[in-house]
Write a protein that binds this ligand. Structure first.
Ligand SMILES: [Zn+2]
Ligand SMILES: [Zn+2]
Length: 104
């Protein structure tokens, strides 16, 4: 693996940046249902931080705002390509607010 980051081969988008999202976000990509899109604020060099859905966010809040075994199992984090990640993000933009500003 190079320092430039990990890549995966997406059957739809070809070679792309590897990103991590919860299994529910992956589900949204196939059924088109927005389930919320949460992540740390994107930064230069990390434009696609790990993301999870509202159900996972709720789960984490319930357990004191920290990820634990239970919430991680619930999230069932999956590896998806950067283009799929962007599509999931797009799907969840419901207001003029930038999606990462929903993070508080
Ligand atoms: Zn989730
Ligand atoms: Zn893809």
């Amino acid at each position: 693996m190079s320092e430039a980051g990990k890549y995966i081969e997406c059957c739809e988008h070809g070679k792309q940046q590897a990103t991590y999202v919860c299994q529910h976000t992956v589900l949204s990509l196939s059924d088109g249902v927005a389930r919320g899109f949460w992540s740390a604020e994107p930064e230069v060099g990390d434009e696609r931080p790990d993301s999870w859905c509202s159900a996972c966010e709720e789960m984490v809040n319930k357990t004191g705002g920290e990820w634990n075994d239970e919430s991680e199992e619930f999230a069932g984090v999956k590896l998806i390509c950067g283009a799929c990640y962007d599509r999931a993000k797009q799907l969840n933009i419901v207001s003029r607010k930038k999606w990462w500003q929903l993070w508080k």
